[in-house]
Unconditional design. Sequence first.
Length: 89
Amino acid sequence: MPIYEFRCNNCGQRFSEFFRSMSAAAEGVKPPCPHCASEDTVRVVSSFAVHGPAGADPGEIAAETRAAEREASVTTKEQIDTWRKAKKK
Ligand SMILES: [Zn+2]
């Protein structure tokens, strides 16, 4: 079952939504923001999934981001740029 990441255009928070079926996801269903209840949300391509589990809650995402920043001190510039781009989305 697919999990997609969304971003709220109202408050800027990102969240993951779990779909019961591929068809529901394919229809472009946009869930309301869990933080401010705005329905002005956009689906974004998940980027944290490459270095963390999908469906993490915001606290876990923040922890992942901090972990990535720590790793950045011992990784290549190319990887750092990838993380920077991911955070801007
Ligand atoms: Zn919001």
